[in-house]
Every structure is written in structure tokens, then in C-alpha cells.
Write a protein that binds this ligand. Sequence first.
Ligand SMILES: *Cc1c(COP(=O)(O)O)cnc(C)c1O
Length: 387
Amino acid sequence: MQLDHILTHLGEERSRYFNAVSPPIIQSSNFVFDSIQDMRDAITDEINQHVYTRGNNPTTAILRKKLAALEHAEDALVVSSGASAMAAAVLSQVKAGDHIVCVQKPYAWTYKLLTEFLLKFDISFDFVDATEIQQIADALKSNTSVLILESPNSLTFEIQDLAACAKLAKDHNITTVIDNSYATPLYQNPIDYGIDIVIHSGTKYINGHSDVVCGVICSSKVIIENIFKSEFMTLGLNISPSDAFLILRGLRTLPMRMERIVNTTAAVIDYLSDHDGVDRILFPFHDSFPQQTLAKKQMKACGGLFSIMLKTKDKDKIERFVDALDAFLIAVSWGGHESLKMPSLVFHDIPGREDSPIPYNLIRLSIGLESPEFLIANLEKAFKAIS
Ligand SMILES: *Cc1c(COP(=O)(O)O)cnc(C)c1O
């Protein structure tokens, strides 16, 4: 399906709401029926009908259709966060006694899901260096039911061979779940490689305006309906109709935002590649990236999130660099209109995190919608502050 059709037309039923171009926010918790039979019909197909907003809501339903189409999936659910999208997807595929294989260094709350939450239900796990398919194969056990991927990850950007992972998992009757937040549905469609469930933090590029927290689950009709009837309805993972409206609005400009971000990122990375204050650049499409060939095979483009390692190991200098880099806001998250910086130094003085494996000269940058000139001038200023 054509991108333009999806973003402007798919799922919009304008004749049902006064031919309004923009969809209404159906801010209603419940929906009434003309008859017993009508109500019965709706309840038996609750995922597609309108019964109660903890289930399906008309404003959110428009978004579901567009996101499913963007991910080449049969159906999608929009949930309260990226973290809950991963939790619901994984929960839907496990039972007590199962084992999960997961990529090393996954997103923090995917890590907690395995190391704390699911442990309570006697579900064990192994983290593996998934840059080598053999390492995944070696970690599989007879009770492995889920393989969790994140390609690229959002701090050091290691990727996995999606087709190889999907094949290995299918051969062993294991469900694959991938966190595809980084690449967006525009730049990587894991379902095309045979991956079963794709989740997103919609908080990042999909909404893109740093004003909504949400998640997306994309998969087959059967899997999505099972998640809907169980995890989604039981845990109450729905978003509000007004948030659905905001995400729809954000989604309309996803291609233009990404194009702008990709171009700006290329210019910023060019500048940084030539700078002698930079020791390394971690970015899947960078010439120095060990998996660049695979990255270019699987992804149409990279986003605007990457990490640099400064040449200096002097903590005071790193701090001065970060302070001088004031066009980039210091914050968690990424994928919004605003450029952000996330120095790993933040995590090095938190009690209990002293053993963080991430070197403290690493700084993650998220490129926003500002111009490359503006951002590069600011980087120049920051390097001057420590030279
Ligand atoms: C932010 C993020 C999440 C979690 O999303 P929330 O919407 O914050 O719950 C999951 N995966 C990745 C890669 C992320 O960056």
C-alpha cells in the first residue's frame, strides 16, 4: 500500500463525521446499541467494533489501521507505552517454565521485564551477543518460546540478521518479537523478513513531538486478537482518544520529519567524523560500523540517533563539553522535534550502577528538526570549550 494513501486516506471515514478532514476525538468511554442483537454482535467482535474504550475506540482505530499498514502487518494495537507493548507481546507468548532468549543490552525496561517481572512466574532467560546467529542458536533450549530482538539497539546500535533470526526461530517453533523503534516502519519492516511481532515505542519518531507516551504492537490477526482479548483488555493498556488524535497528527509528518532528520544527521556525522576530538562514532550506516553491510541490507535509512565517544577520558572535560553543548537538551528519550544529548556519565555516579558497561566518554545524541548549521555550530562551540 502506498505511503501517501496510508497517511492521508486509510482508515478515515470522513462521511461518518460531517466530512471533517481531521478525525474527531471520540472522547467517550462507552457506546450504545439499538438492540440486543446489535450489542451481542459488537461484543462478539469487540476488537473491531465499538463497545468500550478500554477495548476499541473509533479515533484509536484509525491509528491502528495506519500503523498496521505501515508495518506490513495484518493488524496493530496502540498501547500506553513502548514498555507495555514489549511486555504484552512477550506475555502473550509465554507460560510458566518457559525460557526466553534476548539480545544483549536491550532497552532498560525489556531488561527488567526479564530479570525481575517474568522471573516471578518461573520464566528464565539468557542474554546473548546476537550479532552472531550461532550465539542465538547455542542459547536455545527445549523450553525456549520467545526470541527478543532489538535491531539496532538504541545506545550502541548492534543489529541482528533478521531473516536468519526468523528462520532459526521458525525451525524451533519460537516466536520472534522485535523492538523496531529505532528504524521506524519507514526504514525497516521486520515482518517482511519473517519476524512475528513488531513493537514500537510510539513515543519516539512515530509521534515525534515529545508530548505523548505510547506504544504499538503489530502482528498477524490471530496474534493481535489474542493479545487484545488477554493482555490488552486485562491490563488496561489502551491510550486515551485525545492521545490517539495527537499521534495521528504526528504520524502525518513522519516521512518529512525522518527525511529532514536523516539529512541533518548525515551532515552532523560528517562533521564529527573529521573532528579529532572524537574517538568513535556508533551509527549503523557509518563506515566504521562493523555491521554496516548488514545494516544497509536491512534498513532503508538510519534515524537520527547515534553515539559518539570523545577522545578525552577526563571527566571534567566531558562535563564541560556537555554543558557547552547547550543547543542539545539533556534528557532521556529521543525521536522528538528537539535535539537531545544523553551522556553516559549520568549513569556512572548513580548508586548501584557503578559497574555500567558503557564507557563514560560515550554521549548519545538525538538529532531533532533544527538545521544542521545550528547544531554543528553548537558542537564546534563545545569542542572549543575543552580544547
Ligand atoms: C523508549 C524506548 C522504549 C520504551 O518506550 P516508552 O514509550 O518509553 O515506554 C522501548 N524501546 C526503545 C528502543 C526505546 O528507546
